[in-house]
Design a protein around this ligand. Structure first.
Ligand code: F6R
Length: 582
């Protein structure tokens, strides 16, 4: 139950567990956070299978929550992904007399396993059945099947993440006392830091006192490789903070200071790949995409190099440009985002090189990439990406500076930004932003503008605000205002202006004046006050690292807008942390 709560950031529409003999089944719509063992519904057992859901097929109902049982109620299944041929499989199963209790694609797995299990009573037979069923599924999926009769849990993955946790050793037998299977490490981090990352097309069999890995295609056994994870369990806990979002915003100075010391060898390897490539492309989704867009400006300014950028979901339509000389740089906190993964798979198909910027060692992206730079931010659990965003900006800044022959300056820029973010997080500044949030909490619209490398900052500020406060917010390039956007400005419309001390300064301040003369309420994020600002949010001047510091007041504003509006900042509606479907 505790492990599921730690995974809730991946989906929180509904939850469910199947445990012990039977198995017993409890599943409900809504969040698991408030539920505990003490409620008595879920009891200790020798094994259990749980799930928190982010709906894809079928609405948010108790019946659609996982696990899903077969007709006999003896097989329990949880699933992540989309089974593309589920309708055809379901039709066949219904014709053969199976009764479905949900509208999900997942339930076909329980019934297919049920059919295969006729006359099967041993572990080897169960493994073979689940393996065959998994191979029948089209699309990118991870499934886990539990049979209390066989006393085993079997998981297979293809495209969706799955990791095995190997529990502490029993002093008498010398073998692990327990095993875990999860879609992300924080689930079992308090119990073990020893993990096995499953590859696509692999399965794990957890039976009493034993763990085996097998190949999904051949059924052949594979040798498990246990790795030790460096994250401390406390890093994944709230500590003194009321929400993960504010905890992670506050961690940025340490994250950035650590990144400023990034091993030279690792940066230089990627710098050399970029230099050698003929065509460098960046791809990413959502917040990560904004870091990729910022990278195009950083590379132009600091490396005098043209790089291409497209969001992950659109990259697929541009893949024909790729050749074996191309380099694709994929930025993804989770390393699991389906659209980013699809772009990486397209690059692989064209024999292009791939570099991953990710926070999760062993993630799907790192397995596909030729080289990886880890963000080293510690677990990011709030649905909103914050520290992973500034970490990606820091790495892009150092890479761009390194290509321009100024790696040391790049490092100093990041170190300066680390100190700058610390200043912004000072109690007095935070209190000012909270006051601003109180004032803005009932507005309908908010606009953010920036230019150059802070145009992506405007996009990111708007995304942070809209996804957590549900206030309609849009980001624009300052120069675009007069091409249509300015029609939206009314008396009192709040406008966030990112005015860095660079070549964009005078033109963005002119844009601010244009907004103000049409009634805009101007909030300036800038190292220096200006008469056009109604409110000034001071940020230090950190040169080319300005997008790192500029985004922080917007992150804080988004957080406090959610708090002031009585919303849960860690679990915005309709969203999930890892988007592992297309
Ligand atoms: C927004 C947010 C998302 C993610 C996006 C990509 O706050 O968190 O937009 O940035 O889903 O996720 P990753 O970086 O894991 O690929």
């Amino acid at each position: 139950m505790e492990a599921l709560k730690r995974l809730e950031y991946r989906g929180y529409d509904s939850w469910g567990v199947a445990f012990g003999e039977g198995p017993n089944l409890v599943k409900k719509s809504g969040r698991i956070s408030g539920v505990s063992f003490a409620d008595g519904e879920v009891a200790p057992a020798f094994a259990g299978l749980g799930h928190t859901r982010w709906a894809t097929h079928g609405g948010v109902t108790d019946a659609n929550a996982h696990p899903h049982l077969d007709c006999t109620g003896k097989i329990a299944v949880v699933h992540n992904g989309i089974i593309e041929n589920w309708e055809e499989l379901r039709r066949g199963l219904e014709e053969r007399g199976h009764t479905f209790r949900s509208e999900t694609d997942t339930e076909v797995v329980s019934h297919l396993v049920e059919e295969g299990m006729e006359g099967v009573a041993d572990l080897a037979g169960f493994v073979e059945v689940v393996r065959r069923v998994f191979n029948q599924l089209e699309g990118l999926n991870a499934i886990v099947v539990y049979s209390p009769q066989i006393r085993a849990i079997i998981g297979f993955r293809n495209g969706s993440p799955m990791v095995v946790g190997v529990g502490p050793l029993d002093s008498r037998s010398g073998s692990p006392r327990e095993y875990f299977l999860a879609s992300d490490i924080p689930a079992f981090l308090p119990y073990t830091d020893r993990v096995i990352f499953l590859n696509d097309g692999e399965g794990a069999i957890l039976s009493e006192g034993e763990l085996k890995l097998i190949d999904a295609a051949t059924g052949q056994e594979k040798l498990p490789q246990i790795e030790k994870i460096e994250w401390a369990a406390e890093e994944a806990e709230l500590g003194e903070h009321p929400h993960y979002l504010i905890k992670e915003i506050s961690e940025q100075p340490q994250v950035l200071a650590r990144l400023a010391e990034y091993p030279e060898k690792d940066l230089k390897e990627v710098i050399s790949l970029i230099k050698k490539s003929f065509g460098t492309y960046f791809t990413a989704c959502g917040t990560a995409a904004h870091s990729g867009l910022a990278a195009t400006y950083l590379f132009a300014d600091l490396a005098h190099r043209h790089v291409n950028f497209a969001v992950g979901s659109e990259f697929y339509f541009l893949e024909s440009f790729l050749t074996p000389k191309s380099l694709l740089i994929c930025a993804s906190q989770s390393g699991e985002t389906m659209d980013t993964m699809e772009a990486a798979r397209a690059a692989k198909k064209h024999h292009a090189k791939i570099v991953a910027l990710t926070n999760v060692r062993g993630s799907s992206l790192t397995r596909l990439a030729d080289d990886t730079l880890l963000l080293n931010c510690g677990p990011e659990k709030a649905v909103l990406a914050t520290k992973s965003y500034t970490a990606k900006l820091a790495l892009f800044l150092m890479l761009a500076a390194g290509i321009g022959g100024k790696l040391e300056e790049g490092r100093q820029g990041v170190a300066k930004a680390a100190r700058g973010v610390k200043e912004i997080l000072d109690d007095k500044n935070v209190a000012k932003i909270r006051e601003l949030a109180k004032r803005l909490k009932d507005v309908d619209h908010l606009y953010a503008i920036g230019r150059g490398v802070n145009y992506p900052t405007a996009l990111e500020a708007a995304l942070k605000i809209k996804e957590v406060s549900y206030i309609h917010a849009e980001g624009f390039a300052g120069g675009e205002l007069k091409h249509g956007v300015i029609a939206l400005i009314e008396e009192g419309t709040p406008c966030l202006i990112f005015a860095a001390r660079d070549k964009t300064e005078s033109s963005i301040l002119s844009n601010a004046k244009e907004l103000k003369s049409r009634g805009g309420f101007i909030i300036g994020v800038s190292p220096e006050d200006n008469e056009v600002f109604d409110i000034w949010l001071k940020v230090p001047d950190v040169g080319p690292a300005s997008p790192i510091v500029n985004v922080v007041p917007a992150q804080l504003l988004a957080y406090y807008l959610a708090v002031e509006r009585g919303l849960d900042p860690d679990k915005p509606r309709n969203l999930a942390k890892s988007v592992t479907v297309k």
